[in-house]
Design a protein around this ligand. Structure first.
Ligand SMILES: [Zn+2]
Ligand SMILES: [Zn+2]
Length: 268
């Protein structure tokens, strides 16, 4: 088989994995939302359709660098991914997961802030904020430019930071889980986590909800570190109480819509 064909097949396989993973995870949490909070997504069918469409485009973009690097890893020994757990001390397993989350969070925070500069917001990030309020299907609803900034992170990190293939799986699982639950419109974690001392540093749905309400704060992905250091932490958001077709606007929604109408997001 030619190299080009092998890379193409690897890329198609990655696209399928990312796409199916998205549909399965978002689908499962959308179902959980329906069962536990009936009516929360009522009236959002058209928006959900757009969220799924953009997310599947994103799956294609995510699959390309992953497919190329995956092929290089299995055929040419590229990357620092290792499969023998004894190659590094055991303590390195959780450490490597944490390093990846910190690196990804840092990349996300700064690219996210960049995408809130009005010019770039209109080009690259308005698609994501068109979800008002977001649903479990919005996890990968990104414009292709934004999807590209997300797609290259892990495929680049695997060249720099050694990681066991299982720990990499854990990173991808956390990434997928948090991407979905942060947009779901309700907290899946117990109150003591997001409302207690841990919640002061970890990002869950309440924190990201406020980003979708107010735009100009809460840019982080996993940790509140950069938001707190840079003075962009806006605290926790509130969730709309929706039990039927009559919708209650979440706090700050009108404000957010006004900002969009005024020409995009606000930085800082
Ligand atoms: Zn979001
Ligand atoms: Zn944003």
């Amino acid at each position: 088989m030619s190299i080009a064909l092998a890379i193409l097949l690897s890329t198609l396989a990655m696209i399928a994995i990312v796409g199916v993973r998205y549909l399965a995870t978002s689908g499962a949490f959308a179902l959980a939302t329906r069962l536990t909070r009936p009516g929360l997504y009522t009236g959002l069918d058209a928006q959900i359709g757009r969220e799924i469409k953009w997310s599947l485009y994103s799956a294609v973009i995510y699959g390309v660098p992953a497919g190329i690097v995956g092929w290089g890893w299995s055929n040419l020994g590229w990357t620092q991914i290792y499969s023998d757990v004894t190659d590094y001390p055991l303590w390195y397993l959780p450490t490597s997961v944490l390093l990846y989350l910190i690196a990804h969070d840092t990349w996300f925070y700064w690219t996210h802030r960049w995408m809130h500069v009005p010019k770039w917001f209109r080009i690259a990030h308005a698609v994501h904020h068109a979800s008002r309020p977001p649903t479990a299907w919005a996890a990968m609803a990104f414009h292709p430019v934004e999807a590209l900034t997300g797609a290259i992170v892990i495929p680049l990190l695997v060249f720099v930071i050694p990681i066991h293939v299982g720990a990499l799986g854990a990173v991808l699982a956390i990434m997928t889980l948090m991407g979905v639950t942060n947009h779901m419109g309700w907290e899946i974690f117990p109150r003591f986590i997001w409302n207690g001392p841990l919640g002061g540093w970890l990002i869950t749905a309440s924190h990201h909800q406020r980003h979708h309400e107010r735009y100009g704060c809460n840019y982080g992905l996993y940790f509140r570190f950069w938001d707190r250091v840079c003075g962009t932490d806006g605290g926790l958001g509130s969730f709309a109480v929706r039990t039927g077709p009559a919708r209650t606007a979440p706090v700050g929604r009108g404000d957010a819509a006004g900002r969009i109408a005024a020409g995009g997001g606000a930085d800082g």
